[in-house]
Write a protein that binds this ligand. Sequence first.
Ligand SMILES: [Zn+2]
Length: 325
Amino acid sequence: MASVAKPTIFDVVDGAWVLDNCRLCQKPIRFGWHPRPGEPHSSWASQLLFRRLCRDCVIGAAAAEVGPQSATVLALRRRYKRIESVWHFAGLGDPDEGESPLLRAKQLQVRRSLGVGRETPTLWLVRWHPRRQHKGPNDPYLELFQITGWLPVASMSAVPRDAFSGYQRFGLAEREVDGQLQVYATVQLAINACFPPAIPTEIHWRWDPWQPNDETEPIIHRFGYCSNENLALLAHHAGRLYYKAGRTGRTRDETKRYPPGTEQDFLRDVKEVITQRERDGITFTTVEMLADAMAMSRSALYEMFKQVPEAHDLYREHKRRKPRR
Ligand SMILES: [Zn+2]
């Protein structure tokens, strides 16, 4: 079968990344935080305020609202400091700021990969939970550090996910701009998996500007700062959440996902997911793992297996191929 090189999400955005400006001081927002409803230290203001203001203006507003020495202001300072360090580490910082030669080389490479000049896009932090998961103070979540870019008008009609090769940590969505529907992508440059009982230990994934089309291996951040039991739970949740998040960006309503007549799409997706993981040396030893990767429930997956037995066979063959360790 002839294969045509597919563009990556970085190729398609082609430099059309979004740099937001602060509505108060008008300066570019280099990095910011989009709190979800109920996130700690965000309830003193509307969520829009966080999206529209830079760090200094958010903290200034909080100081005026709840007092400069309040726990909220201190927590906000810490939070923005943390985002800033990811921003630096991601290579989005200013190369003129006298950083180490290695970081400077990385910054130049990031600009080249993103197709931007001096100004890099705004890096936003959002917290992510699986849709049906409980969102209590001890429940695991991912922190997604992402940038947004516009896709060209030509890609407006329909952008199937398999239109892209390479780095798959992005979501696609639509927005109306001046009466025109436009497609944009949010690309995740860094992901932290967090399980509150294990904090400060976390599991981190980072985009690598020298290999802009690949995913990097996860690393354990601050190993040894939590109990072994919590470390094991962190690892378990991190794997589960990571493969559930991100790869699909458009929200998938699984009941409508494969309506009658789209059985071939289901077969194709199963094949794609399995091939991809096999390339990484990963075996879905349970149907649950495959369902997670497909962003489906286990029962919905079984339902589809009944309708598309070839897909079920593919999965069985995949399990038989399990590499020996
Ligand atoms: Zn500002």
